[in-house]
Design a protein around this ligand. Structure first.
Ligand code: DOR
Ligand code: ZN
Length: 345
């Protein structure tokens, strides 16, 4: 097969940032996807309904004329989140979901949740109204090895939450391990997961290939090869529990190529092409549309998109840098050539 037409896809996990970076990166996502779940980890974070209305306005104001793209907003949970405001924001369809960042787990997470037990009333409200909880699933204790933080989180934090809130809908974001795949599969229909292109394409060896490679540093960190293979199997299995979420996370080049570099892979410029390469290698082109355009919408109870995008088996040369708005970002697969290319809607 040399050409594939699929229903317009959605990206269920995107960092669009703010200010010049937002202006620079937005169209990379908007040209490929009809909708995207926009992560709230700005500084200061998007906590209230009013914050989300304002941020959504800044995003839509930056959209190119004619782009048909809907940002789906999320609330950043803190120890002080007000269940009444969260509920009102969801019922007014401002919020699509709420994001749990354990405090200090990743970029701009210092104001995240210190102890999940403190937000029990928030989780109870979300369970009652059917608002999905999106989870950055890593413990933050320095005593836990960075490669074990996801698996430990599932056991110590998420399993008790699922037990205590049996109706709560949960998306395990950017899963990276065999354990997470097993956990999600065992958990029943209300639990699903997003999977990034970089965790499908690279193991932790990539971070250390001939030197330290900061553009492969992200959180959760890339894992061993056996985990990558488990993720590929899950993503291409056809299970409705797994869907597309790029976790595209742009950082200016000087903040990545730094003695203390930021975490994140900027994959938006080549997101569909990277995922499709994986599905092609796995002999699962026929399952790509469901992963990219159906499973996430169904989980969230949203309509499927109208319209299509077309991808062709033609080389896509990825630039070394994406520059604009005074910002320079190194894209995923910089300087290499991918075998597929999105050509049109
Ligand atoms: O690598 C990451 N970058 N992981 C996250 O969880 C956050 C993201 C970011 O916002 O930069
Ligand atoms: Zn993220």
């Amino acid at each position: 097969m040399n050409s594939l037409v699929i229903r317009r896809p959605d990206d269920w996990h995107v960092h669009l940032r703010d200010g010049p970076m937002l202006a620079h990166v937005l169209d990379f996502t908007a040209r490929q996807f009809a909708r995207a779940i926009v992560m709230p980890n700005l500084d200061p974070p998007v906590v209230t309904t009013a914050d989300a209305v304002a941020y959504r306005g800044r995003i839509t104001a930056r959209l190119r004329p004619g782009r048909d793209f809907a940002p789906l907003m999320t609330a950043y949970l803190t120890d002080g989140t007000d269940p009444a405001d969260l509920t009102a924001g969801f019922e007014r369809r401002i919020f699509t979901a709420a994001k749990l960042y354990p405090a200090h787990a990743t970029t701009n997470s210092a104001k995240g949740v210190g102890d999940i037990r403190r937000i029990a009333p928030v989780l109870a409200a979300m369970e009652r109204i059917g608002m999905p909880l999106l989870v950055h699933g890593e413990v933050t204790e320095p005593s836990v090895d960075i490669f074990d933080r996801e698996a430990v989180f599932l056991d110590r934090v998420l399993a008790p939450v699922l037990r205590d809130f049996p109706g709560l809908k949960v998306v395990c974001e950017h899963i990276t391990t065999e354990e997470a795949v097993g956990f999600v599969l065992a958990a029943g229909d209300r639990v699903a997961a997003t999977i990034t292109p970089h965790h499908l394409q690279f193991s932790r060896n990539a971070i250390f290939q001939g030197g330290i490679r900061p553009h492969f540093y992200c959180l959760p960190i890339l894992k061993r090869e056996k985990h990558r293979l488990a993720l590929r199997k899950a993503a291409t299995s056809g299970s409705p529990k797994f869907f597309l979420g790029t976790d595209t996370a742009p950082h200016a080049v000087h903040t990545k190529e730094n003695a203390c570099g930021c975490a994140g892979v900027f994959n938006a410029p080549v997101a569909l092409e990277a995922y499709l390469t994986v599905f092609d290698e796995e002999g699962a082109l026929d399952r790509f549309e469901a992963f990219a355009s159906e499973h996430g919408a169904r989980f969230h109870g949203l309509p499927l998109n109208e319209g299509t995008v077309r991808l062709v088996r033609e080389p896509l040369a990825v630039p070394e840098r994406c520059e604009g708005e005074g910002v320079s970002v190194v894209p995923y697969h910089a300087g290499t050539t991918l075998p597929w290319r999105m050509v049109a809607g």
